[in-house]
Design a protein around this ligand. Sequence first.
Ligand SMILES: Cc1cc2nc3c(=O)[nH]c(=O)nc-3n(C[C@H](O)[C@H](O)[C@H](O)COP(=O)(O)OP(=O)(O)OC[C@H]3O[C@@H](n4cnc5c(N)ncnc54)[C@H](O)[C@@H]3O)c2cc1C
Ligand code: SF4
Ligand code: SF4
Length: 420
Amino acid sequence: MGAAPEVLKQHLIDPEICIRCNTCEEACPVKAITHDSRNYVVDPAICKQCMACVPPCPTGAIDNWRMVLKSAAYPLAAQFEWDELPAEAPLPEGVAAEATAVVEAAAAPAAAAAADVQGFETAVTATSFGATVPPWSAAHAYTNLYGPKNPTTATVVGNYRVTDAGTESDTHHIVLDFGSMPFPVLEGQSIGILPPGVDDRGKPHVARQYSIASPRNGERPGYNNLSLTVKRVTVDHDGRPVRGVCSNYLCDLKKGDTVKVIGPFGASFLMPNHPRSNIVMICTGTGSAPMRAMTEYRRRLRGKFEGGRLMLFFGARTQKELPYFGPLMNLPRDFIDLNFAFSRAPDSPKRYVQDLMRERAADLAALLKDGDTFVYVCGLKSMEAGVLEALRDVAAQAGIQWEELAGRLKREGRLHLETY
Ligand SMILES: Cc1cc2nc3c(=O)[nH]c(=O)nc-3n(C[C@H](O)[C@H](O)[C@H](O)COP(=O)(O)OP(=O)(O)OC[C@H]3O[C@@H](n4cnc5c(N)ncnc54)[C@H](O)[C@@H]3O)c2cc1C
Ligand code: SF4
Ligand code: SF4
């Protein structure tokens, strides 16, 4: 008698609810996840089933499994073509009983590797340093109330530019009202927007994700609305001219237009609720959205209790391209410690957020030593490594052992990274 066939519990991603946020691809320690312009897929030959990608996925799309014969696992080529997951098919008769152990081992070592805080000699990724748990005092976040199959509708009640007219960077502050539909959110969460129309394969566009820029009690306090900070994408990551589908759709919306919304998403990049907490915010461009939400929530509570410190490091190419520059400048200096870095300011050398962080090393180190400090990083993917290196250097200069601190920040939900 030949050996019994091996059965695989195959790890798959549901293309119908995946919002293409890339979180899982970054989280996978063995690079089993890849994507094309449409789908995120898992390579059955590489996946170790370590589960490192499952908790960070904002939609649960990642948590799908099918029992298949290992020899008949769904190949990547098939997964790239899917519009929906195939139904669970029964295994050939008698196979389940005879099958050798289901292939789902090797979990523990890979999970440990994912959880480890790695040295800077290895890749600096969100997984190695970013927390996947919220601060201990965060409020409960509602997630996934609406999905692509049952989106809700919001009405545009405001849409205006927040970067100087005449600059290349066209960023809009867009206010969406949910009327009587429940859409409870917290600062740091995001929503998905379903742009109308179809892609070049004739399939409906998939949702794009946007961070919420307003506090939990509304862009206008007491109203069922929220705001977004959306940058019009006119060139791709390689600088080639392009017309981003959803960002242009959003930036062109008029008051009274309606949009299809899914979400909310995010259960870890949340602000601490206890008043004595210090919040360090490091952002570039539209990464300012969650920082605006947190700052505004704290501002609304001002005077009601003795609050911890707020420290903001904000980078843009020029002052005119920095969203919300005017309103930020109006905030009292004893409420928030503002630090701006401009990488293309005329007549002054390039400065990035990490340069500012090093300049403010003494104050930053004092905050890092405080167990009530929570750090948030949001913006361009390219900023992440530099910011983490700056944190390491600031810690080292103050005699703090970085690997130990980074591990603690991650475990305690005190260092949050969201870059795209
Ligand atoms: C967690 C998360 C939060 C986000 N929050 C915000 C936010 O608050 N504000 C915001 O404006 N965006 C945010 N984004 C990005 C947003 O989801 C879209 O990716 C972005 O608006 C581009 O979508 P599009 O449909 O206009 O472009 P697409 O039609 O999807 O892309 C067009 C082309 O441009 C490239 N491209 C995509 N995005 C960018 C970009 N940002 N810069 C340059 N080229 C790009 C693509 O690779 C493609 O080649 C967030 C993304 C994530 C994952
Ligand atoms: S389960 Fe682990 S190995 Fe498999 S795709 Fe997710 S992170 Fe990668
Ligand atoms: S929604 Fe989940 S499965 Fe889809 S890309 Fe994001 S993390 Fe991955």
